[in-house]
Design a protein around this ligand. Structure first.
Ligand code: SPD
Length: 288
């Protein structure tokens, strides 16, 4: 790294989450400002419109938790939809499952994929050329409306935080379409923001999904440089059985390939619900 190091902060509410490094890319796409910062401790870091999306060294805390609770609970995770996921991390984790034979990745911003392929090689890597992958440059909300019912085994929503163009991906209307295009035993997984920095949004995501699906549960863990560090992922399905019970024979090699996720970690993370969140959810549920 040269001497041109600067600090870049994500400002969320009244707090800053900062990394020091050299700016490698600063580009305005049709949708957003894209920055790649070369940092000493976290490798390349991707920022979209002022929010940290991922870092070479921290991304596994996020992508492993988004994908494995969902895919490892399915007997036959064959057809998968990823909404967003332009850095390739969610894709990489999904492709670890041999039973996945088709994967649609729907990303609205083509430039995020182009830049990630070039500068975040350690994240997407070879996954981008996997024959099972079909990249669709499209709006995720429109995409789900146009798919026939009972189509996917899993839908994985790897969105940015709510903003003027990602808001729709947090709406009940969108979740209802997802439910329609999921197979009977299918599962939806979504990043569900920070219970600390985005408490209202976090609770809304859970309650919206809980209304629509028979089973719904949230797991909590840490993601470096995301606001407050404490993050969450919510899973929903209409199966009669507890979808959090893992019955997948490929699970051991997948656990071995992961840096963060394993089944025991998952069990704990689903129980790690902050008391204040439990209380608020219970009050809101009783109000309705
Ligand atoms: N605060 C950022 C939340 C973004 C979650 N998705 C990021 C994309 C990483 N694949």
């Amino acid at each position: 790294m040269t001497q041109n190091k600067i600090w870049i902060d994500e400002i969320c509410n009244n707090s800053r989450y900062g990394l020091q490094g050299e700016i490698i890319v600063k580009h305005n796409s049709k949708y957003q400002e894209i920055i790649i910062l070369d940092t000493k401790d976290y490798g390349m870091a991707l920022m979209l419109d002022g929010c940290w999306m991922t870092t070479d060294q921290g991304e596994k805390y996020y992508h492993e938790c988004l994908v494995h609770p969902a895919l490892s609970s399915l007997k036959n995770p064959s057809k998968i939809l990823i909404i967003g996921g332009g850095d390739g991390g969610t894709l990489r984790e999904c492709l670890k499952y041999k039973k996945v034979n088709y994967l649609d990745l729907v990303e609205i911003d083509e430039d995020v994929i182009k830049i990630s392929k070039k500068y975040l090689k350690s994240i997407g890597g070879e996954s981008w050329s996997d024959k099972r992958l079909k990249i669709n440059i499209n709006d995720g909300f429109q995409w789900v409306k146009n798919i026939k019912k009972n189509y996917y085994d899993a839908i994985i929503i790897d969105s940015s935080d709510p903003s003027y163009f990602s808001n729709k991906l947090f709406s009940s209307e969108f979740y209802l379409e997802c439910k329609r295009i999921l197979k009977k035993n299918g599962i939806l997984a979504t990043q569900s923001a920070s219970p600390e920095s985005f408490k209202r949004i976090h609770i809304e995501i859970y309650l919206s999904l809980k209304k629509l699906f028979k089973n719904c549960a949230t797991m909590y863990s840490f993601v470096p440089f995301y606001p407050s560090g404490l993050w969450s992922w919510t899973f929903a399905s209409d199966t009669e059985n507890d979808f959090l019970k893992n019955n997948y024979e490929e699970i051991k090699p997948i656990e071995k390939s992961c840096e963060i996720w394993n089944y025991k970690f998952q069990e704990g993370a689903f129980k790690m619900i902050p008391s204040k969140i439990l209380r608020e959810i219970s009050i809101l549920e009783n109000d309705n």
